[in-house]
Design a protein around this ligand. Structure first.
Ligand SMILES: [Zn+2]
Length: 290
């Protein structure tokens, strides 16, 4: 699969709606990625402390809640997301894999803002139709037809959704974050997508990289971006490429050979990816179902 972002980053584009990030940057209500087959998130845990895991009581589930769509222009977007069963599949996989101390609600709804966020107040992840529409318009703006734009919208939504799941896991498990939580959430999403979800997961990280590249063109030179808790879109673009390349350098060698990721960064991406995966596997180990 040749990634479309190779073309996109050179396309000067105009997009109707601009957002600085895929996750709320004004989130007063929000607190606030080669392992062996045996380390898959949904495998029986045989190499971690099973006595620790046994002490964790499973007192919750990931619960999907789709709101009624009241805005006509969101009807097709809602239909696309529901037909993909993105949230449902994720909830099922996560419920089979992890012990939860409380329910976590996974919602799609209209929020009057282009956003996705985790709310620690009621342990919920919300994916706003406005953000989905933003992705659709973004991919349409660079020449994709409807079907492709919706596919890439779903892929990008998958990346963002798992980013928010990262925030949720950090909060409910009180996981240590020795660094920037937004970057940790990005790497959680890259880990799950690239290690657990096969081709559709790889598509998700490529779609996110596409969107980061397009958005970076729009927000160039805005000083306030430097103060944002998220990394710059350019950095998130290169980090996404590094995670993909690092997950399988021979398979994704064109990322390096065609110059989309500088050699100086690329040579460290396999280690970077492995460390990301190892970190998340270690952090989630005590909470895995056995
Ligand atoms: Zn975030």
């Amino acid at each position: 699969m040749r990634p479309n972002f190779f073309n996109l980053i050179f396309i000067a584009c105009v997009v109707v709606l601009v957002t600085a990030c895929f996750c709320s940057s004004g989130r007063e209500d929000e607190k606030p990625s080669p392992q062996s087959q045996a380390n898959r998130i949904d495998d029986v845990d045989t190499d971690t402390d099973s006595s620790t895991a046994a002490k964790k009581k499973d007192e919750g589930d990931f619960i999907v809640e789709h709101s009624e769509v009241g805005t006509p222009r969101y009807i097709e977007i809602d239909r696309q997301v529901k037909s993909e069963k993105l949230l449902e599949k994720a909830a099922d996989k996560l419920n089979r894999a992890l012990v939860l101390p409380t329910d976590i609600h996974l919602r799609t709804k209209s929020c009057n803002q282009i956003n996705a966020f985790y709310d620690s107040g009621d342990q919920s992840v919300t994916m706003c139709y406005e953000l989905m529409e933003h992705f659709y318009k973004t991919f349409k703006s660079v020449g994709h037809d409807d079907a492709k734009a919706y596919q890439k919208m779903n892929d990008a939504v998958r990346f963002v959704f798992l980013h928010e799941i990262g925030h949720a896991l950090i909060d409910i498990y009180k996981l240590p974050v020795a660094g920037n939580e937004e970057d940790a959430a990005d790497r959680c999403s890259a880990y799950v997508n690239l290690k657990e979800l096969g081709d559709e997961g790889v598509r998700a990280v490529f779609a996110a990289a596409d969107a980061f590249a397009i958005e970076s063109k729009q927000s160039e030179g805005q000083k306030k971006n430097l103060a944002d808790e998220h990394l710059l879109q350019e950095q998130r673009f290169y980090n996404s490429l590094c995670m993909i390349y690092g997950s399988n350098p021979s398979k994704y060698s064109n990322i390096l050979t065609e110059g989309y990721l500088p050699k100086e960064r690329a040579v460290r991406c396999q280690t970077e990816f492995t460390r990301t995966v190892d970190s998340w596997i270690s952090l989630l180990g005590p909470w895995r179902k056995s």
